[in-house]
Design a protein around this ligand. Sequence first.
Ligand SMILES: Cc1cc2nc3c(=O)[nH]c(=O)nc-3n(C[C@H](O)[C@H](O)[C@H](O)COP(=O)(O)OP(=O)(O)OC[C@H]3O[C@@H](n4cnc5c(N)ncnc54)[C@H](O)[C@@H]3O)c2cc1C
Length: 398
Amino acid sequence: MYDVVIVGAGPAGLSAAISCRKHDLNVLVIDEFPKAGGRLLGQLHQEPNGEWWNGVKESEKLIDEANALNVTIKNGIPVYHIEKVDDNFIVHTEKDSIEAKQVLIATGAAETAAPIPGWTLPGVMSIGAAQVMTNVHRVKVGEKGIVVGVNVLSAAIARELQLAGIELHSMALPVKNDITKDAAHPKKVMEALSRIAHLAPSAFIRFGSKFARASEFIRNLAVQFYPPGGVKMWGMPVHIRRAITKINGTDKVESVTMCKVTTDGEIIEGSEETIEVDFVCIAGGLYPLAELASVAGIPFKYVEELGGHVPIHNEKMETPVEGLFVAGNITGIESAKVAGAQGTVAGLSIARHHLDDTSIDKSIETAMQEVRKVRSEATIQFHPGINQGREKIHASFH
Ligand SMILES: Cc1cc2nc3c(=O)[nH]c(=O)nc-3n(C[C@H](O)[C@H](O)[C@H](O)COP(=O)(O)OP(=O)(O)OC[C@H]3O[C@@H](n4cnc5c(N)ncnc54)[C@H](O)[C@@H]3O)c2cc1C
């Protein structure tokens, strides 16, 4: 019987484990990936002040601290079910079932699919898969590729691929369909970028800040007169008036079909052009990976600004199911720094429940303030309305 089982060894889970161990709780962290660190393991980007965010180093710091405090971390073990039996929980893993007094679910985020014709060909991958292959497994994903989907995450990862010596033709929108919706709409993409570009990796600032302070009228003009050759970022054209309509090839990716689109994302007939590439990265955005919270019985709310369906929780990371907590991207898509700060809050809340010690309340308050501060200073922000999203989800906790 553990005092707490934490599912997910990303920044949220590890930070929570550290907080719990500092209060002497018996902690087990379980992760299905062979290595601890979560999505930190793939991250590398330059912040607006020029400093580099090196996710591998950040994960090492957290793992070293957790090890120094004797946190037990088990990797390579997927958790598929969590059930409450009397006052405790049983965490079912592929290996065995583990009993715990409290459970934290910190499973992070997953990528949204953006289907376009030809996307099942070998050589097509999600942008996150390209990040993991490049930065975690050190596998070259191809010789020359193209990124489909223009957003903060795809910009950050495109830069990582370039730094690894991989040639990218450009970034362009996906073709408009029932699923790609706003991601295929030039005006909506411009609107989203101009609201968050000042928070994104360095070259994105130059791209977005041109339009960030502009009125809607000017932004619409910018979309209308967007340079046909794209706006260059790190030497790579970023197109928001061109979409990839098809991925071509017999046994693997050989080329893509790119078309000009109207300001509303409709294809301009006769504008097709074939671009030779041997891999394609599709960037459809992120959503909270929350299935485990669902099977564990936590109620959900759909909050667009947080990335989709989110388990209901309050600012202390408590859920309506007594003894069950959530932290990190499962609660809404934000940067690794925010996830880590939320993990610290969750760990303190768990310790507070376990020890019934009111002296921890002050630390929880300070840690919650830290989350707000980190959020306000975040250099990578995925959704413009994150604060409103947070207010909505916290208000639904009773
Ligand atoms: C593809 C991708 C790329 C990203 N790139 C960036 C970036 O460049 N910069 C940035 O700031 N943010 C990025 N993010 C956002 C990222 O999610 C946060 O930065 C941060 O890592 C979230 O921390 P977390 O602890 O909530 O989740 P994660 O870091 O995702 O950790 C969650 C962990 O839970 C484990 N897990 C999930 N389900 C189970 C299960 N059922 N059983 C056992 N273990 C499980 C996973 O293996 C993972 O290790 C990215 C997200 C994704 C999905």
